[in-house]
Design a protein around this ligand. Structure first.
Ligand code: P1T
Length: 385
């Protein structure tokens, strides 16, 4: 598929062609662990063992690379496995600058797994350019950020981050899970590595766990492929098939997620029981200008602070009927969660509260149901607080 085709055309056809033996339009699920060799070391394409390569995974890797406008896609069994693979390129004594607001599980990989192996990291508010500059050391090899961030929905200027990382000889990795390639392409803004939890919008139906890295640089791709194969956190052919099925509808789903999220952010912003709304689509958001510059639309995630504390938040979370109280995000159904107790519990309490992830802080993954039903649900739940 030509990179110049439109996003929806690439989403549907990219990386895929009818099965040559049958004409099946859908890429088959190649449920095989190994491949027959004609002679020792002589095998078709690069298929010798399914940890190393599998045709269903190859189609997905090509599809995701094309969607991100990148050269190489490398798929993993989860979003966390992608972060682990990137950090495996580092050695003891190397230093990473990590955005101060990231998924709790991301922070945990840095804090509990790689710190004890000698990889150091500093958390910084990367929206503060001076603090960002000050965090670089001679040993800094990598900057890792999410934008929009989880769960505060801060928007970090990717071009600014890329220029600082380049000046200091560090790689820039952008976790593009919240925006998806439909809304933002970090490689085109100077990032070296794009990371995804495919569990979220790319999967879109809350029925699989997966991850992907996309890069342009061949050597970087080879290093990551080496780690992918050596460590072995690869997705099953069936999950790859499910993802290929899902990315076909990514554009239409994202349009509806964004439209519903904007309406809900505006509704919450004018509600007397809501203290603060975080959504980069709101003009008064401090991140609106950067978001407009680098994103096509503002995404399906909305966070807000309810008036009161844990008691009010709990009553509200127990009262919603269409929103489901659950971790994760990006599915067609609306989810709601309490980051302090759920997705970000691994971040130390003082650090979490200093960031603003307080007991009244609530995160919504706005689904694609009828928006009026979602607003009615939030209204009745707020009435019960
Ligand atoms: O769950 P997994 O596929 O391993 O992805 C980890 C991950 C990576 N990056 C971001 C931005 C994420 O949000 C996540 C997972 N997040 C949740 C489960 C959550 O509810 O926020």
């Amino acid at each position: 598929m030509d990179k110049k085709r439109g996003f929806s055309t690439i989403a549907i056809h990219g990386g895929q062609k009818p099965d040559p033996s049958t004409g099946a339009i859908m890429t088959p699920v190649y449920m095989t662990s190994t491949y027959v060799q004609e002679s020792p070391g002589v095998f078709k394409e690069n298929y010798d063992y399914s940890r190393s390569a599998n045709p269903t995974r190859t189609a997905l890797e090509k599809n995701l690379a094309l969607l991100e406008g990148g050269e190489h896609g490398i798929c993993f069994s989860s979003g966390c496995a992608t972060i682990d693979a990137v950090l495996h390129m580092l050695k003891a004594g190397d230093h990473v600058i990590l955005s101060d607001d990231v998924y709790g599980g991301t922070y945990r990989i840095f804090d509990r797994i790689f710190r004890q192996l000698g990889v150091e990291f500093t958390t910084v508010n990367l929206c503060d350019e001076d603090a960002f500059k000050d965090a670089f050391r001679a040993e800094t090899k990598l900057v890792w950020l999410e934008t929009p961030t989880n769960p505060l929905l801060k928007v970090i200027d990717i071009e600014m981050a890329s220029s600082l990382a380049k000046t200091h000889g560090a790689l820039l990795a952008v976790d593009n899970t919240f925006a998806t390639p439909y809304l933002q392409n970090p490689l085109s803004l100077g990032a070296d590595i794009v990371s995804h939890s495919c569990t979220k919008y790319l999967g879109g139906h809350s029925d699989l766990v997966g991850g992907a890295l996309i890069v342009n640089d061949r050597q970087l791709a080879e290093s990551l492929h080496y780690i992918q194969n050596a460590v072995g956190a690869v997705p099953s052919p069936f999950d790859c098939f499910m993802l290929l099925r899902s990315t076909k509808t990514l554009p239409v789903r994202m349009e509806q997620h964004c439209q519903n999220a904007m309406a809900i952010a505006q509704f919450l912003d004018s509600h007397p029981k809501v203290k603060e709304v975080m959504y980069p689509g709101l003009e008064k958001s401090p991140y609106h200008t950067v978001a407009k510059k680098q994103m096509k639309d503002f995404g399906g995630m909305v966070s807000f602070v309810i008036d009161g504390g844990l008691k009010e938040a709990t009553r509200f979370l127990e009262s919603v009927e269409i929103f489901s109280l659950a971790e994760s995000l990006g599915g067609v159904e609306s989810l709601i969660e309490h980051p302090a107790i759920m997705t970000h519990a691994t971040i130390p309490k003082d650090q979490r509260e200093a960031l603003g992830i307080t007991d009244g802080f609530i995160r919504l993954s706005v689904g694609i149901e009828d928006c009026s039903d979602l607003i009615d649900d939030l209204t009745q739940a707020l009435d019960r607080v």
